[in-house]
Ligand binder design. Sequence first.
Ligand SMILES: [Zn+2]
Length: 174
Amino acid sequence: MSLIDDALSANATIATDNDPDRERPPAPKIAIVTCADPRLSGILGVLGLNEADVDMIRNVGTVIDEDSIRSLVISTRVLGTTEIMIINHDGCGMTVFTDDELQDRLRHETGAWPIAPARFYSFTDTEQNTREQMQKARSHPWISADVPVRGFVYDLASRRLTEVFPVDATVAAP
Ligand SMILES: [Zn+2]
């Protein structure tokens, strides 16, 4: 039996009451973008935040890509969240290979050269990567300048956050 089958039978046993309150539209106050890594699944517990207040946006590697931008625009413009927190973490799986290495491996294993995904967003410097994700969110024209975008690195062992501050953008000479 697979874990999916286990989950299905557990669901039938566990979910036995019916509460229409659960259908009320959400009204989160903050959007958090973080990694899909299971070690971050309990992070709200160490942030002292209520689940209902948080629009949790997760993907592998804490990437601000087209899809997380889509979620952030909906979160801030439709759901009404007023702050964005980007939480990267140490020991992320996206630091153990490069995009080129993984692409080469997959092409070799499958013999296929698909055009997507164009990038896996692997990285080496967690703090610098966090800064880049912050800049991508901050500079998106549909994310209001009134909404603070702050970035952090979460230390898995201590469960402490360290804030990452943006570096002043340097203007390239024409
Ligand atoms: Zn990760």
